[in-house]
Design a binder for this molecule. Structure first.
Ligand code: SER
Length: 321
């Protein structure tokens, strides 16, 4: 097996994906890169600083390390993208072109690129949003993800680049922190619950969004990347789903274990972003094509996070069940 390059390795998904990939494929197979410096969590794999907007530097790493696959995770998330349109365009779409061109020219085996539920806009059905439906995003992030999906499909059809993609819901984990997303509240809430026993949500009480525990997100990513190419019928990006919940519902699940926890609501500009996204997603095409199955329910996720989060971040109270 050739080596695997990960961009955006210090991000929320990168950190956890690399830990599972190291176990599965061997840490010597992983080349982690990020524009930031290496965190302690990535100490076991080879790390190089890389700005993916520098196409020559990207190609140099690919050839120097004889890379076979790229997981191109570097991107601005939804809230940050609204505040910096031109960087979002450059990073989320420009760097994808660098990766797709490199995959074509250097004949790489496979590319993974994350899309998002943000490709759907207010005119898509909000409940059980299907794989193929109206795609009219109203956010900067959603526009970049929709554009990227179309480029992936084009490079697959035109040049045979084996690029695969998932429309992630909000991702929730305890080993790493998200940065700049609208669904970040569902991670922040656990830190606050275990530290201060109270949380002010920046989304409204009854705002339902599709979400997924990180364990399932890593599984979905590797299941898709390991699936035989002939089983895949979608080369834009697959809908994937696990659970959907509101801030009130996750708070209730936390309160079951931490009865003193309190939540208040003070929606900000991120509410508008959330309002444009679906409540829940129909992922039957992924379940059919590559046998996608999620494992964690909301309550199972909450228990697992409350149990494990304090070991990863200082100053959080431990609770036993
Ligand atoms: N979790 C992402 C965000 O909130 C959605 O893909 O930006």
């Amino acid at each position: 097996m050739k080596k695997i390059l990960i961009t955006g390795a210090c991000g929320q998904l990168g950190t956890e994906l690399i830990s599972e990939m190291s176990e599965r494929y061997g840490s010597e197979k992983i080349i982690a890169t990020d524009v930031r410096e290496a965190p302690k969590a990535l100490a076991d794999v080879h790390f190089e600083q890389l700005d993916v907007l520098d196409e020559d530097a990207l190609r140099s790493i690919i050839t120097r390390h004889e890379i076979g696959q790229i997981y191109h995770l570097a991107a601005l998330l939804s809230a940050t993208a609204e505040k910096n349109i031109s960087l979002a365009r450059k990073l989320n779409i420009g760097s994808l072109h660098h990766v797709l061109n490199a995959a074509r020219d250097l004949e790489l085996e496979r590319v993974f690129w994350p899309s998002s539920i943000a490709v759907f806009g207010p005119d898509a059905p909000s409940k059980n949003t299907p794989q193929n439906t109206a795609l009219n995003p109203t956010t900067v992030y959603g526009i970049t993800k929709l554009t990227g999906e179309q480029w992936c499909n084009y490079y697959y059809n035109q040049f045979g680049v084996d690029v695969r993609s998932l429309r992630y819901p909000g991702l929730i984990g305890y080993k790493s922190l998200p940065g700049g997303g609208t669904t970040d509240y569902a991670v922040d809430i656990f830190h606050k619950a275990l530290k201060d026993e109270s949380y002010e949500s920046f989304l409204a009480e009854n705002c339902s969004l599709p979400m997924m525990y990180m364990h399932d997100a890593v599984k979905a990513t590797l299941d898709l990347m390991e699936a035989p190419a002939e089983s895949l019928n979608i080369r834009t990006s697959y809908n994937v789903a696990a659970v959907s919940f509101t801030p009130a519902e996750i708070a209730a699940s936390i309160q079951y274990h931490l009865p003193d926890f309190e939540i208040t609501y003070n929606p900000d500009y991120r509410q508008k972003i959330a309002d444009s996204w679906p409540d829940s997603i129909d992922d039957s095409v992924a379940r059919r094509d590559w046998k996608w199955r999620h494992i964690f329910s909301l309550d199972e996720m909450v228990i697992d996070i409350i149990r494990n989060l304090p070991d990863h971040f200082d100053g959080l109270k431990k609770h036993s069940f």
